[in-house]
Design a protein around this ligand. Sequence first.
Ligand SMILES: Nc1ncnc2c1ncn2[C@@H]1O[C@H](COP(=O)(O)OP(=O)(O)OP(=O)(O)O)[C@@H](O)[C@H]1O
Ligand SMILES: [Mg+2]
Length: 425
Amino acid sequence: MSTVEYEIKNTSELRQAEEAVRMGELENMRPLPRISVHAFCESEGLQRVMERCASDRRLSKVTMRITSGGTAAAANMFSNAPTPNLIILETRANPANLLAELAPLAAVCDPSTKVIIVGYYNDIGLYRDLIRNGISEYLVQPLAMPDIMGAMAAIFVDPEAEPLGRSIAFIGAKGGVGASTIAHNCAFGISNLFSTETILADLDLPYGTANIDFDQDPAQGIAEAVFAPERLDEVFLDRLLTKCSDHLSLLAAPSLLDRAYDFDGQAFQPVMDVLQRSAPVSVLDVPHAWSDWTRSVLSNADEVVICAVPDLANLRNTKNMLDALRKIRPNDKLPHLILNQVGMPKRPEISISDFCEPLEVEPIAIIPFDIGLFGNAANSGRMISEVDPKSPTSETFSQISHIVTGRVAVKKSRKGGLLGLLKRK
Ligand SMILES: Nc1ncnc2c1ncn2[C@@H]1O[C@H](COP(=O)(O)OP(=O)(O)OP(=O)(O)O)[C@@H](O)[C@H]1O
Ligand SMILES: [Mg+2]
């Protein structure tokens, strides 16, 4: 063996030995939640490290893609595809050019997406610049698997890390207005359109229809969660979920009347907490009721959507709900309003403008009454976008999915300049 070969062998053995010691750092690492990660690797070395991360048990819930290429490949890919929860991007750009090189990617990146940059310059000034511009971490090559795992854990599992998931609660202004149907179609839309892991929780324990709407016959997911809060963690939640489609899981209601369902005010808080730690989006189908626990769910959700049909009782109830929610969520934006079943034949209706004027809110969507379409979907256990993807109602659900996850606002805010978007740490 030549001296050079010996040194190379020796260095790689040293690195392996060092890594073996450092693997111990991972022993106590909690599993990553259901996030999507896309790594762009310029070097084979990083590609190998990413492949090893992908096969680690702590990433078993993570959807990982590994592509060879750098910033340009990433910007190109995401110009017409949604960005994942985390992008890991390797670049050889020098410190002077790096921020400018990232600008095209920033322009197409959702603000909720985290970015880890893997670079080649050990430069504290560059590190500070990147962090200031919303990059979550800057790692310098050569890297070993524990470096990447540790960086991902710091963003998504560290107790100090900002909460991963956002919750969107749907409630009807009156019984039977279609709040559950809308919640289910939006949960499906969010998971499908953005490839975002989404959990739909059916909070209507006695009568919930999510199980029927998704043609599932699962165990009583949410009942076990809410009645055993002391056992409830991410692992227990996993066992209670039923997979509905690639990125959508259901926490189903028992829909049985073998017991009474009375809850104290905070009963659903542990469920909401574990959902928030487990997936980037949870959709809460809240039954039409006004009790301590529904008020607490609505007050803790990140977004509230009130669904109503355009008649007088719905108008009065929507007004009261908006006033009440304004009081219990004084620092949040107002709930969204969706008008549903509009144009039902022979039903006297209040016009959209007369309905909205006293409320002082614009509906984010108006969904026509379409008994054929909704009836077909309900009876066949499918969503509107599966039954008739080209229908205007399917497009409306897509728009609602964008709005409630803040994706439309993103497009507007792009006017604010490309690098502004990098501020999303
Ligand atoms: N736009 C629509 N056109 C026609 N039918 C609709 C429409 N939206 C919902 N429906 C139907 O209305 C019925 C009630 O819907 P859903 O169960 O979603 O209402 P809800 O507000 O959740 O009711 P609950 O008060 O029982 O929770 C369902 O049969 C559903 O298929
Ligand atoms: Mg319902």
